[in-house]
Every structure is written in structure tokens, then in C-alpha cells.
Design a protein around this ligand. Structure first.
Ligand code: FAD
Ligand code: SF4
Length: 491
């Protein structure tokens, strides 16, 4: 199979890059390891959907203090298929840091057209209070009484009915993940999308990309010959693929600098009906302490999910679950200074991540404030994710029950080849024709959910490639996307 550009992975980065490139006239082949999922098969039953939509059934684990679950999506749409739909632009202070620390020429003004383009494609809009439901109303009441900054989140959803199961696959296809937005656009513009294609090799000749080799799920081999390769396997698998092919190792940073936004959540027993599974689970935020690296965002789910995540055991767990309809839940996410590492162990990722003391302090402060938020909202009891009797200020790293959803940084962009795996244009430093368009290029924690940042950077990469590419890639064919003429992201 021949193409101008081969894109690997169909998540936040890969799908966006593929669609923009195809609509710009490039011949694109996109290879995705997982399957295409049919929303008619989405049952909203957590164990079933975890097994079907997540890599390793959602049981990807980090090793370290404390160990954490790091769930990853697998299939058309990548992790956007199973995410909560929250949309934030990259904060300005983060872009300023990237410019000063990593020499990246990115700022709010230059990225704005890319964000606008993505937001239009994904129908991003703020959640209404009605759709946000009673769980969000509890957090809002608490924040208002305490005078803390807060608001309804923006999300990529259209016709959302608040069924509360976004992370188990949206059964109504309201969530505008890349599998139902950018992938159909890519296909309509002529891109060939191959599922069940596990890319093993990036073919190089004299330091230049020549294509990729993949193993198809049926066992057959597939070769795509292309002078440009865009790797978008996500921050856990991209460094493995590059390392296996001896690419991107020059700086010694490949697989390093992993940030995760470690997170946890507390429950509260309220004196009112909450029915937390009714409404959008992640619909509200409290950002009063964002400057300290502490962000509160909604989280909620059906009884099966609550039973798994309620930080209680024995009779206390049973009693709380018997009051499921009066339970509220809210999440805490830390903008981490800790840095982990991904390596290959027998071809599978071995993820090492220890929580730095600085981040432990953020969790201590965050949990105390989460308790304060619930008490201010009128909670009768608050269930913190700590062993019984341990107060937030006493918590040690191993006491915390953490999960993480935002792996970033393992092929970080840095203008200096000695410090980063990719440059400011997201080209891998030590080869020609290999680019990265996923969470692994994001050089630091963001403090906010990352999908929009990844998509905006992928949009920018696609525009830059189209601008540079010789014919035929620049000779537009097919109907361009309606917004194409309005926004060309500057480099
Ligand atoms: C439960 C959950 C909730 C989340 N909620 C939010 C949210 O509300 N807002 C937000 O901004 N972010 C959220 N995120 C995070 C966000 O979805 C991810 O940061 C984002 O999707 C990452 O994009 P990516 O392109 O780096 O990788 P992914 O989206 O993970 O895509 C990578 C793709 O590459 C494929 N792949 C891997 N290796 C290969 C290979 N060798 N060959 C072929 N294909 C391969 C994978 O199968 C996968 O489909 C959430 C994440 C989770 C798990
Ligand atoms: S709340 Fe329900 S309908 Fe809305 S995006 Fe989530 S899963 Fe889809």
C-alpha cells in the first residue's frame, strides 16, 4: 500500500492529523491496532465495557509509590472513545512555560485558530445546569458558600441526554469522540483506515522514513510505503514503538518525563436525592486552587461503578451503598511535578512512577478542601479515599488511592535535540520524516484535561506538513471540510 503519509493510532492526535491531512489533499493511510466499536453494542455495564473498549480491560498499572491504574482506550477513537468529554484549552501560563523552558514557539494567539477549529469540529459547548444534575449542584452549592471559583465544564457532546456513562462508551453517540467526528471526515476525504493493524516497525532508509510494517489481527503482514510517518499511539505506546525501531533516543529523554495528572475522588452522604448517575458525570469544576496545582472536577457513575470506587469496606460499605441514591462524588486532580518513565518489558510497557513529596502535599491540601467543600454543601458524612482514621494532613503516598487518566510527555517536544525527542514542529529530532502527534509530545503537566491540547497540536502539525509538502500532497482533492478556508493554523 502506498501513501503520502501514514498515521499510526486513531485517538485524539492521530484521528485529527489524518482528517486534516486527507482534507488538505494528502493520500493518508491510518493504522489502528484496536477495532471499530459499534455504539449499538454499548451496554453501559462497567465490567463488560471495560473489557471491550479499554486496553487490557482498563487494568494498565503503574509501578511505584503508590501504584495507580492508568486506563487507556483502544480502538477507533482511541481514549477519546472512553473519556469524559471535558474540553479545556491549554492554559496561557503553561504555554509561556513551554516557550521559556523548552524553546517552543507556541502562544495563545498562534494556537487560537487550531483550538477554534477543533472546538467547531467537536461541537464543544458548556454543560447546562439541568444536564449537569444534582451531583454538580452539590459542588456548586459548596463552592458558592465558600466563595471558591467554579463553573460548568465545556464538553464535546451533541444531544447529550445525561445518561452518566461516558467512560463506559456513550450509548447514544452524543459524545463527539474522534471515532465519529474526525475519522468519518478522514474517510470521506479518501483516507484508508485499517483496524486491527498493530504497527511493529517504522522503516527507515539512510535516516529517512520510508513507511511502516504492521501485523494484522488475522496474522497477515501489512506494509505501507510512505515518506512521512505520524506516530500517535499515545504517551505509553509511542515511546515503545520509537525505541523498538531505534528512533528518538538521541537525547536520552525517550520514555522519560511521564506526567499523569494523578487523581482521586471523595464521596459524601447527603440529606437529599442525588442519583449521581443521572446527568453528565463530569460537568462541573472548582478551580480556586488551580494555581497550586489542585483542580476539582466532577465524577460520578452508576451503582456498579460506585461500589467499585467507594473507599469503604465491610458493613460501612454496605450501609453507604444502601444509600446510593443520596451519595455525591467529586474528583481531585493534581498537576504533577513527579515524573515517571515507560520502558519495554518483553514488548509490553513497564510504567514506573513515584509520587514526589511536592505532589503528596497537593493531595493532602486537596483532600482537606474536598471535605470542606462537601461539608459546606451540607454533607452528613464525607468518605475520603484514605485508610480509616487517617486525616488528610497525615496521609502518606502509600495511603492514597490514586488513578490517572492523562499520560503525557514521553517523547517531549523541546527545540534542543539534546533535551527533547521531538522539535517544536513535532518532528523526531534524529530522523527525517517521522513526526509525533499525541500526548507524548506535551512537555509538562497541563493542570487541565489534555485532549484539546493534543488535538490542537495535531491540527497545527497537519497544517505545517501540508504547507511544506510537495505535490501531490498539497494539491487538494475532494471536498474540503467546511471550516477549512476559515482557519489555517500558523506554524
Ligand atoms: C477514563 C478517561 C477519561 C478521560 N477524560 C478526559 C476528559 O474528559 N477530557 C480530556 O481532555 N481528556 C480526558 N482523558 C484523556 C484523553 O482522552 C487522552 O489524553 C487522549 O485521548 C490521548 O490522546 P492520544 O492521541 O495521546 O492517545 P489515544 O487517544 O490513547 O490514542 C492512541 C491510539 O493508538 C493506538 N495504538 C497504540 N499502539 C499502536 C500500534 N502499535 N499500532 C497501531 N495503533 C496503535 C491505540 O489503540 C489508540 O487507539 C480521559 C482518559 C480516560 C482514560
Ligand atoms: S452523559 Fe450519557 S449521553 Fe451524555 S455524553 Fe455521557 S454517555 Fe453520552
Amino acid at each position: 500500500m502506498n501513501a503520502d503519509i501514514c498515521v499510526i493510532g486513531s485517538g485524539a492526535g492521530g484521528a485529527v492529523a489524518a482528517a486534516e491531512l486527507a482534507e488538505g489533499g494528502a493520500e493518508v493511510v491510518l493504522l489502528e491496532q484496536g477495532a471499530a466499536h459499534d455504539p449499538d453494542d454499548f451496554s453501559a455495564r462497567p465490567p463488560e465495557m471495560l473489557a471491550r473498549l479499554y486496553r487490557d480491560g482498563g487494568q494498565t498499572l503503574t509501578l511505584g509509590k503508590p501504584p495507580m491504574l492508568l486506563p487507556l482506550g483502544r480502538g477507533i477513537g482511541g481514549t477519546t472513545l472512553v473519556n469524559s468529554g471535558t474540553c479545556f484549552r491549554t492554559p496561557a501560563h503553561v504555554l509561556e512555560r513551554w516557550s521559556a523552558e523548552f524553546g517552543l514557539e507556541l502562544d495563545e494567539a498562534s494556537l487560537r485558530p487550531c483550538f477554534e477549529r477543533v472546538e467547531q469540529a467537536l461541537s464543544v459547548a458548556e454543560v447546562t445546569p439541568e444536564l449537569a444534575g444534582a451531583n454538580a449542584a452539590v459542588a456548586r452549592r459548596g463552592a458558592e458558600r465558600l466563595g471558591w471559583s467554579h463553573g460548568y465544564l465545556s464538553r464535546n457532546a451533541r444531544g447529550c441526554v445525561g445518561s452518566g456513562v461516558c467512560v463506559f462508551g456513550c450509548p447514544t453517540s452524543a459524545k463527539q469522540h474522534t471515532g465519529i467526528t474526525y475519522i468519518p471526515r478522514a474517510r470521506a476525504a479518501g483516507a484508508r483506515i485499517v483496524t486491527g493493524a498493530d504497527v511493529r516497525e517504522i522503516v527507515l532508509e539512510r535516516g529517512r522514513a520510508r513507511g511502516v510494517r504492521a501485523r494484522l489481527s488475522g496474522g497477515r503482514a501489512l506494509e505501507v510505503r510512505a515518506p512521512l510517518v505520524v506516530v500517535a499511539c499515545g504517551a505509553i505506546h509511542t515511546p515503545l514503538l520509537l525505541a523498538r525501531n531505534g528512533i528518538g533516543g538521541g537525547s536520552g529523554q525517550l520514555g522519560r518525563n511521564l506526567s499523569l495528572h494523578p487523581a482521586t475522588a471523595a464521596f459524601a452522604l447527603m440529606e437529599e436525592r442525588i442519583d449521581m448517575a443521572r446527568g453528565v458525570p463530569q460537568s462541573f469544576y472548582v478551580d480556586e486552587f488551580a494555581a497550586e496545582g489542585i483542580m476539582f472536577e466532577g465524577v460520578a457513575g452508576p451503582p456498579g461503578y460506585a461500589a467499585m470506587s467507594l473507599p469503604l469496606s465491610g458493613a460501612r460499605h454496605a450501609r453507604a451503598m444502601a444509600r446510593y441514591r443520596d451519595l455525591a462524588q467529586f474528583g481531585l486532580m493534581v498537576s504533577d511535578s513527579s515524573r515517571g518513565q515507560v520502558r519495554s518489558l518483553g514488548g509490553r510497557p513497564l510504567i514506573r512512577y513515584d509520587l514526589a513529596h511536592e505532589d503528596l502535599l497537593k493531595f493532602r491540601a486537596g483532600l482537606a478542601r474536598l471535605e470542606e467543600l462537601f461539608l459546606a454543601a451540607g454533607a452528613r458524612e464525607v468518605y475520603l479515599p484514605l485508610p480509616q482514621g487517617v486525616r488528610p494532613e497525615q496521609a502518606r503516598a502509600r495511603d492514597l488511592k490514586l488513578m490517572a487518566f492523562h499520560p503525557l510527555g514521553t517523547a517531549r517536544a523541546d527545540a534542543r535535540p539534546s533535551h527533547g525527542v521531538t522539535d517544536g514542529e513535532l518532528a523526531v529530532h534524529d530522523v527525517e520524516g517521522v513526526y509525533v502527534a499525541d500526548g507524548s509530545v506535551v512537555p509538562s503537566a497541563l493542570g487541565v484535561n489534555p485532549q484539546m491540547t493534543i488535538m490542537a497540536l495535531a491540527t497545527r502539525l497537519a497544517m505545517n506538513l501540508l504547507e511544506k509538502a510537495p505535490a501531490p500532497a498539497t494539491a487538494a482533492r475532494g471536498a474540503p471540510h467546511e471550516s477549512e478556508s476559515e482557519a489555517a493554523c500558523p506554524s
